[in-house]
Design a protein around this ligand. Structure first.
Ligand SMILES: C[S@@+](CC[C@H](N)C(=O)[O-])C[C@H]1O[C@@H](n2cnc3c(N)ncnc32)[C@H](O)[C@@H]1O
Length: 212
């Protein structure tokens, strides 16, 4: 019985870190529903302005792309970066119109290897992604590299204590204290302010990291 349970929880954690295949379609739907409020708050905190160049890194089901597209005026561009080929493929069909118009660009990539020139972005969000990183300082340095001076990245994470109570997180998530994430962003040269979101289903923390 515990072998079955282990396999199930491993599958859930694996899908959340790399949504793929038939199950990945359901995961995309669940992510968009469950994380919408946290992602909307991250978009709000990133303050994407008219005509700016912004990104959602690790967009999963893509609700963040929709919310960013709603916020940028004509002339702005949203970049979606996602290592999962199936999530990129899904986004290509959901956002065919926005891709054709050039308002949206989709790229393969990782937080530790972003497909951008230095100082390319006015703002970025990355929500519920850093659990799947081995090297957080490298990701923070990469985020700092691609931001324009004055730009901000909003890193959204589930509250580590609440996340630790979820049965699948021991099967592949790295849960870091909020202070450790703040310290890594600060060490990368960013100035961090925090916002807590007590909303269900999981309380989140937004770390708003600005480049001076
Ligand atoms: C739990 S999902 C979160 C998706 C979405 N941001 C949300 O909050 O609903 C994690 C996403 O991060 C992506 N991911 C995993 N490793 C990543 C990395 N190193 N860099 C960027 N994204 C990554 C996964 O492919 C997946 O789509």
């Amino acid at each position: 019985m515990s072998g079955v349970k282990d396999r199930l929880l491993t599958t859930i954690a694996d899908q959340l870190g790399n949504p793929h295949g038939v199950l990945g379609r359901g995961v995309a739907f669940v992510l968009n529903r469950g994380n919408r409020r946290a992602i909307a708050a991250a978009v709000e905190a990133a303050e994407p302005g008219d005509g700016t160049t912004v990104a959602d890194i690790g967009f999963g089901g893509g609700v963040g792309l929709t919310l960013l597209l709603d916020r940028i005026a004509p002339g702005g561009v949203v970049h979606g970066v996602e290592p999962s080929p199936d999530m990129r493929s899904r986004a290509r069909s959901v956002f065919a119109h926005e891709l054709a118009s050039g308002r949206l660009v989709l790229d393969d990539g990782s937080l530790t290897a972003l497909p951008f020139e230095d100082a390319a972005l006015d703002a970025a969000i990355t929500v519920n992604t850093i659990y799947f990183l081995d090297d957080l300082p490298a990701a923070c340095a990469e985020l700092a590299r691609v931001l324009k001076p004055g730009g901000a990245v909003v890193v959204g994470i589930g509250d580590p204590e609440a996340m630790a109570k979820m049965p699948f997180t021991p099967y592949g998530f790295t849960l870091r204290p909020v202070d450790e994430v703040v310290a890594a962003l600060t060490a990368a040269g960013l100035t961090v302010t925090q916002r807590s979101l007590p909303n269900p289903p999981i309380p989140h923390h937004l770390l708003i990291a600005r480049k001076s």
